[in-house]
Design a protein around this ligand. Structure first.
Ligand code: ADP
Length: 729
């Protein structure tokens, strides 16, 4: 380096003009450089990188007005031209480029700081050269690249923004897609769950495409597994359908299942409804099972091709269905039988009712006509009475049956005497036996315990029905025997009795024996022989035996006779009351007993008072339950010995009154014997009376001997239980 030379001198030195022509040219070059539109700079490469020359454009670029000003601003060094932050990188880049460039050229971009502090970007095209006597220098063309760079930056930013925008859009699309996919997944899962839930009963589920002749299993059972080697293996649908039928289906159902699972049939059925099913049988390890194949259309409605096939066991359902069917059939049969029986009954009834009614009308007309002929009128009235009795009997039987059928099957157990009951039945029927000259015997000697707790009305009615039949279906001069046997006695005070009604009558055919207890059934020989009857007596008898928990049995030989045997179990009384002697004692002790008679009907009160006083009782009356309770509350021991209580009364009925009385504090009053005297004869009423604490239940109109007997027994029992210190029941 040859010491500091500045400005034009240096340029001139560099250009080294030789003659005046050269000098001229050198000046022109300098002028040219000065006036160049772009910046131009020459500086030393080494040392402080001192600036040799800067043209006017470069000076302006730094907002300087003179070269001197520029030199001052930049410290007259290339290092002062470059922004301090860019300097190191710029110098390094220039050195690298020059080292590697064949033509000693370099290109750098950097920032400059203008005089007022503004920053601008410039492009720097440098050229290194070594000049003899001058040293290593750089020629540099500098252009303002701020706009270009800004434009470039803006473009870059735009592109970046665009990219960001695109990315964001993509991101939101992806997010949306993800959301939708997760919704679809959820929906898919939900559907799968629903399908799983609904198909839980199905042992196999398969998806088939009929057009493609393909079937794909979704769930396999032991059975369908045989047709698929592994899960999700496709098979030809037609092959599968045939193989399944051949392998599993019961021979008798093979044609059916082959038909309902053929593509043609499936298309036909699914065109009408979305689904259908078929029940069929399979044999599994020798055991018969019922299965159901359900086929559902899951594709389009127009062209049926995609289907789902489900197989499930329906043993239980089919069994229930069959049972249900049986129940309906039985109900229908019963209903039909009942209708038939009812029709037969109605025609019998109307015939049986018409006969006596005609007689009544006929004889009434005759009686009117011959009213002055006393003998004839008496005869007609007798006949009218007979016909009326027949009519009454018919009506009573029908009523008895309807009672028995009204589910009023409770048993009202009271103290009773078996010997008395059979004796009553026998006595009541003796006239009928005598009419036909039938030998009618009774044997009640084969018993040790006569006194029992039982439903005497039911027993009486039962024996009466059997004995009446025996007398009815036995011809004149025949024989009918009633006998009672005590079979065995159990330690818990129960005994088994057998009641046998034997006759030497027309007998019963074997065929008819099977129907003998069915309602409205009568054997042909009896109807054709013109014997009056309803076909209800034995039905009622059987009902009664059932209610009492017993058993009835018939033996019969046509032409020789029949034997009806009834077996019943009764609780026996531990303290018998009513042997003949006891009864007499009991009756004599009734004189002057004080009775409180409760009834709301004044006429009844008068008649009953009359009867009771006639029997030696002292009677006081009350016209409803409430008054009776009041009288009892105000009474003291011995005022009343017994209460006869009507049931249906205003203010307070007999049952409520009894409950009140039984609730009285003084046991001497609360334990007074109470006998219901009611117009209601239903068993439920009787039962209710006993449940309310009454001692017995008698029906009106009053049967005087029965009333007397009941009063005697009740008072006796109460006296006994008082002395015994314990109630009998
Ligand atoms: P009814 O006697 O009113 O016809 P039942 O129900 O009592 O009705 O009897 C039904 C049928 O059973 C009678 O019609 C009769 O054919 C037959 N039957 C009942 N008891 C006897 C008997 N002791 N001997 C022969 N046949 C009898």
């Amino acid at each position: 380096m040859n010491g500091p030379k500045t400005g034009h001198n240096l340029i001139e030195h560099i250009l080294a003009p030789q003659d005046s022509q050269d000098i001229q040219a050198t000046h022109e070059i300098i002028n040219f450089m000065d006036e160049m539109p772009g910046g131009f700079l020459i500086y030393y490469m080494g040392g402080n990188q001192e600036i040799i020359y800067a043209n006017k454009a470069l000076v302006r670029m730094f907002q300087c007005t003179t070269l001197e000003e520029f030199r001052e601003l930049t410290g007259n060094s290339f290092q002062g031209v470059v922004h301090p932050e860019d300097l190191e990188a710029v110098e390094q880049s220039i050195m690298e480029q020059i080292t590697n460039s064949q033509y000693d050229l370099d290109y750098v971009e950097y920032r400059i700081i203008q005089k007022d502090g503004n920053i601008r970007w410039v492009e720097d095209y440098g050229h290194y050269m070594h000049i003899e006597n001058v040293g290593d220098i750089f020629y540099v063309f500098i252009g303002d690249a701020t706009e270009k760079r800004n434009l470039h930056l803006a473009e870059k930013k735009r592109l970046l923004d665009e990219k960001i925008q695109k990315e964001e859009k993509l991101k939101s699309l992806i997010e949306e897609f993800d959301k939708e996919r997760s919704l679809i997944n959820q929906e898919h899962l939900r559907r799968l769950e629903v399908i799983e839930g609904l198909s839980v009963n199905y042992e196999s589920i398969l998806y088939a495409d009929l057009d493609a002749d393909r079937i794909l299993p979704y769930r396999l059972s032991d059975r369908t597994e045989k047709q698929f080697e592994k899960k999700f293996q496709m098979r030809r649908f037609r092959w599968y359908a045939k193989d399944y039928v051949d392998t599993w289906v019961h021979p008798e159902d093979q044609a059916l299942v082959a038909k309902v699972s053929s593509p043609e049939y499936i298309r036909k059925r699914l065109a009408k409804s979305k689904t259908y099913y078929t029940n069929y049988r399979v044999i599994n390890r020798g055991e018969l099972q019922y299965l159901q194949l359900r086929i559902v259309n899951v594709g389009s409605r127009g062209r049926i091709s995609q289907i789902v096939m489900g197989y499930r066991k329906v043993d239980e359902e089919v069994r229930q269905e069959m049972e249900q069917k049986q129940i309906f059939e039985d109900a229908l049969n019963t209903a039909n039988l009942a209708i038939n029986a009812k029709n037969t009954f109605l025609s019998n009834m109307s015939h049986d009712m018409r006969t006596p009614l005609n007689a009544i009308f006929g004889y009434t007309a005759l009686a009117k006509k011959y009213i002055v002929d006393h003998g004839a009128v008496e005869d007609y009235l007798g006949k009218i009475e007979l016909a009326s009795k027949q009519l009454l009997e018919l009506i009573e039987k029908v009523l008895e049956l309807s009672w028995a059928e009204s589910n009023d099957t409770r048993i009202s157990e009271t103290e009773c005497n078996l010997s008395d009951i059979v004796q009553d039945v026998h006595e009541n029927l003796l006239p009928k036996a005598m009419e036909k000259n039938i030998t009618f015997s009774l044997d009640s000697t084969q018993m040790t315990h006569y006194d029992i707790f039982g439903d005497q009305n039911k027993l009486r009615q039962l024996l009466s029905n059997l004995a009446t039949n025996a007398l009815t279906y036995t011809e004149e001069d025949g024989q009918v025997d009633i006998s009672v046997k005590e079979l065995e006695k159990f330690p818990n005070n129960f005994a088994v009795y057998q009641f046998i009604v034997r006759d030497t009558g027309i007998g019963i055919s074997k065929d008819f024996l099977n129907h003998i207890f069915e309602p409205f059934e009568r054997e042909k020989n009896t109807t054709s022989s013109g014997i009056h009857g309803t076909g209800l007596g034995l039905t009622i008898a059987k009902n009664l035996v059932d209610m009492m928990g017993g058993d009835i049995h018939v033996d019969s030989t046509p032409g020789k006779g029949s034997t009806f045997t009834v077996t019943l179990r009764f609780r026996i009384q531990t303290h018998p009351l009513s042997s003949a002697n006891h009864t007499e004692d009991a009756f004599s002790s009734l004189l002057n007993k004080r009775i409180l008679l409760v009834d709301d009907n004044i006429a009844n009160l008068e008649i009953e008072t009359e009867i009771l006083q006639g029997m030696g009782f002292i009677v006081e009356t009350a016209i409803n339950g409430s008054i009776a309770v009041e009288k009892m509350e105000l009474s003291s021991l011995g005022d009343y010995d017994l209460i006869l209580m009507d049931i249906q009364m205003p203010v307070m009925n007999g049952w409520d009154a009894t409950k009140h009385i039984r609730g009285l504090k003084d046991p001497a009053l609360s334990r007074i014997p109470i006998i219901a005297l009611s117009a209601d004869a239903f068993d439920s009423d009787r039962q209710m009376s006993i449940e309310c604490g009454m001692d017995a239940h008698l029906t009106k109109p009053i049967d005087v001997p029965l009333l007397l007997e009941t009063i005697a027994k009740t008072l006796h029992a109460r006296k006994y239980s008082e002395t015994d210190g314990s109630k009998q029941r």
